[in-house]
Design a protein around this ligand. Sequence first.
Ligand SMILES: Cc1cc2nc3c(=O)[nH]c(=O)nc-3n(C[C@H](O)[C@H](O)[C@H](O)COP(=O)(O)OP(=O)(O)OC[C@H]3O[C@@H](n4cnc5c(N)ncnc54)[C@H](O)[C@@H]3O)c2cc1C
Length: 433
Amino acid sequence: MAWDFRTDPQYQEKLDWAAQFVKEKVDPLDLAWPHLQYHPLTAQRRSVVLPLKQQVRDQGLWACHLGADLGGQGYGQLKLALLNEILGQSSWAPIVFGCQAPDTGNAEIIAHYGTEEQKAKYLQPLLDGELFSCYSMTEPHAGADPTEFTTTARKDGDEWVIDGWKFFSSNAQTAEFFIVMAYTDRDIGPYRGMSMFIVPRESDGLTIERNFALFNEASGEGSHALIHYDGVRVPSENLLGGEGQAFAVAQTRLGGGRVHHAMRTVGVAQRALDMMCERALSRTTKGQLLARKQMVQAMIADSWIDLQQFRLLVLRTAWLIDETKDYMKVRKDIAAIKVLTPRVLEGIARRAIQVHGALGLTRDMPLGGMLVGGIALGLADGPTEVHQQTVAKELLKLYQPADGIWPSAYLPPRREDAERALASLIEHEVGSL
Ligand SMILES: Cc1cc2nc3c(=O)[nH]c(=O)nc-3n(C[C@H](O)[C@H](O)[C@H](O)COP(=O)(O)OP(=O)(O)OC[C@H]3O[C@@H](n4cnc5c(N)ncnc54)[C@H](O)[C@@H]3O)c2cc1C
């Protein structure tokens, strides 16, 4: 029986350090330089951010998503989950701790599928926090269903020539390279006919046509790009993984990414709950604190209950990944937390806004951003409905259809079976009355 909900004291000390460090040293970056975390550092920002990164390294908390062989700490997903809960509370914190999306997932696939040359050229600077990357898979006409993609890569001598459009490629504007999914052989269908490529930013024919802003961002601050790959040529060694391996690469990329989003979301939702409680204890109406109103109490209680259920499922999924070392074996659990991530964050942020009244809706409070973040997480890395299907499909594999027309729980035949099995005792009881 190895059930234990305690964090080992040594790691707890590190978590306590991280919580204080984020509050005191990293939160000010969110306020001074909002939306700039994915931009290359200017001399001024470098002078502030690099010493903070060094402090994180000194604490042994740099790039905790990676194994020690790749310059990370090798703590595993469970410890990462506990750290990410803290880092999720600040938009700069993942950058300062070297574990920001989408670079974590991109680093993971280069580490897993990349050649030694690719690792030296792209992975090492990514791990050092010196550059940003972009994952370019969704297309304008198709997102949830990759089999509808139309971007192609055609072999021409020692080069691949990529043609197509990609949509909502996050951080394209500051990325040094793009990981692009394209058909290399349409005749054998999408599952074996698509491949992944590393495309350097300076490639001829790569044009960012537009940066879309989410509705809590000012236009001009958007970071989700519509990209035209128009006869973009890359050398053959820029194929990432084998030809036809795009789906396997994408699963590795998205499995980790989804879990990390969920871990950070625990922290965001906790922050919304903290704000809700503070407001309830600070605001009076009809001569009574909001905290005394039963309907406000219900909002607080439901938020805490939702968050605790979600957190336990995230931690258990992280533990399962550590146990199995295989995202595919934990597919159902990852899909389940992917479904819960937007649901829990939207619910708690929505209630926190309600408890704050009109102020909660303004740009002078962070709650609107949290609510939009929740909605976005119901789409990013695949829409909720697709993950619900995965949970159901995986679950149904554990069951068999009933024999005959009646469900196996139908009582009359079961009762008859039980009576037959216990006949001698039942007769004896009747006889002894
Ligand atoms: C904040 C954010 C960041 C993103 N970053 C990236 C990125 O860096 N790189 C990248 O490539 N993409 C990125 N995306 C795109 C994301 O992967 C897609 O939005 C997602 O896969 C859904 O595709 P879509 O938007 O085309 O919606 P569609 O595929 O058109 O789906 C629309 C809706 O249809 C319904 N639906 C779809 N399929 C099913 C189904 N099988 N069963 C039932 N209902 C269904 C769902 O309600 C779904 O929301 C990002 C998205 C967001 C919101």
